[in-house]
Design a protein. Structure first.
Length: 341
C-alpha cells in the first residue's frame, strides 16, 4: 500500500528513524504504525549488535542536580564528531536527569529505568546506536548526596569531556565550584594521604627518583649541581621520629651556618614547612587536600578551605575515555581493504 508523508513523519517523530528507514518499515507492514515501530526497533537491535565490539572512547560527561542529590555520568561514542550531535547531547542530558531523579543502585538497575519515551534506558541506547550510526554506550555513573548544610560544586570542562562534583561543608556554592575546577585541572585521585596505598607511595617515589636521575644526567652536561633524591613521598612516611630528626638536622645546619641560636625559633618553622613540602611529592600529585590550590598558589587546598571555614567532604571526577584502550587504526590499510587492493 502507498504510505503517506504524514505517516512517515509520525513514525520518524516516534522512533527517531531516518526517512527511508521509516518509509520502508511502514510499507513492510502495510502502514501499521505499531508494527512499523517494532520493525525499526528490531532492526535497531540488529544494527547495535553489529557495532557491539567497536571501541567507543569519545563522548561526553553529563551532570544533573536534584535537591540534595547530584548525578555524574559518562556516555561514549566512537567519534568526537558524534559527541556534538544534538540527539547525542539530549540523550546525555536526559540520562543524567533520570539517574539523579531515580537514584539506581547500580548499572543494571540504571539500564532498567523507564525513560520519558516509555522505553528502558538500555533500549534508548540501542535506538541511539541505530539512528546515529555509531556505537553509543552508557559507561558509568556516580551518585553524590549532601545535607542541607552542605554545598555541591558542579563543573564541566573542555566542552563536557571532564565532569566534576564536589561536596563542601561550609563556604558556599561558588567556592565549591572553584574547588571542582581545581579537581578538573589537577586530577587528584583521592581526598587525603591517608587513602594512598603504602606500596603505591613506594612505587611512585621510585619513579620520581628515576626522573631525578635522568635530570641529573642533563645537569651534569652543563656543570649544574646534582639534585638530591627524595627520601620520603607522603605524610604517611613522616612519623614523629622522622619529623623530630628533621628538626635536629635543621638545627645542626643553622649552627654550621653560624646562625645565632636565639633566632632559630624564627627560622625553624619555615625550614620545617620546606621539609614537609619536599617530602610529600606523592601526596601533592594525587591527593586533593595536599595540592597547591590553583586559585591561590600560596596555599594548599586544605589550607585554603580552612581559611574559608570550610571542609571538603567528597569529590568525583570523570574524564571521557579514561582507562579505555583506543584502537590504533591503520588508515591506509583500511582504505586499501575497502578498495579491494
Amino acid at each position: 500500500m502507498a504510505v503517506s508523508a504524514a505517516q512517515v513523519k509520525e513514525l520518524r517523530e516516534k522512533t527517531g528513524a531516518g526517512i527511508m528507514d521509516a518509509k520502508k518499515a511502514l510499507e513492510e507492514v502495510n502502514g501499521d504504525m505499531e508494527k512499523a515501530a517494532e520493525v525499526l526497533r528490531e532492526k535497531g537491535i540488529a544494527k547495535a549488535e553489529k557495532k557491539a565490539d567497536r571501541v567507543a572512547a569519545e563522548g561526553l560527561t553529563g551532570l544533573a542536580v536534584k535537591g540534595n542529590v547530584a548525578a555524574l555520568i559518562e556516555v561514549n561514542s566512537e567519534t568526537d564528531f558524534v559527541a556534538k550531535n544534538d540527539q547525542f547531547i539530549t540523550l546525555v542530558k536526559e540520562t543524567a536527569e533520570l539517574i539523579a531523579d531515580q537514584k539506581p543502585a547500580d548499572q543494571e538497575a540504571a539500564l532498567a529505568l523507564t525513560t520519558k519515551s516509555g522505553e528502558t534506558l538500555a533500549e534508548s541506547f540501542v535506538s541511539a546506536t541505530a539512528t546515529i550510526g555509531e556505537k553509543i554506550s552508557f559507561r558509568r555513573f556516580a551518585l553524590v548526596e549532601k545535607t542541607d548544610a552542605q554545598h555541591f560544586g558542579a563543573y564541566q570542562h573542555n566542552q563536557g569531556r571532564i565532569g566534576v562534583i564536589t561536596v563542601l561543608e561550609g563556604a558556599d556554592e561558588t567556592i565549591a565550584k572553584q574547588v571542582s575546577m581545581h579537581v578538573a585541572a589537577m586530577h587528584p585521585t583521592v581526598m587525603s594521604y591517608t587513602e594512598l596505598d603504602p606500596e603505591f607511595i613506594h612505587d611512585e617515589l621510585a619513579q620520581m627518583n628515576h626522573k631525578i636521575d635522568q635530570d641529573n644526567e642533563a645537569r651534569a652536561m652543563v656543570d649544574k649541581p646534582a639534585l638530591a633524591h627524595l627520601k620520603y613521598g607522603s605524610k604517611q612516611q613522616l612519623t614523629d621520629e622522622v619529623i623530630a630528626q628533621a628538626e635536629v638536622d635543621i638545627k645542626e645546619e643553622l649552627k654550621a651556618e653560624g646562625k645565632p641560636e636565639k633566632i632559630w625559633d624564627k627560622i625553624l618553622p619555615g625550614k620545617m614547612d620546606r621539609f614537609m613540602l619536599d617530602n610529600t611529592k606523592v601526596d601533592q600529585e594525587y591527593t586533593l587536600l595536599s595540592q597547591v590550590y590553583i586559585m591561590d598558589d600560596s596555599k594548599t587546598v586544605e589550607a585554603y578551605l580552612e581559611a574559608q571555614n570550610a571542609k571538603a567532604i567528597s569529590f568525583v571526577r570523570f574524564e571521557v575515555g579514561e582507562g579505555i584502550e583506543k584502537a590504533e587504526n591503520d588508515f591506509a590499510a583500511e582504505v586499501a581493504a575497502q578498495a579491494g587492493l
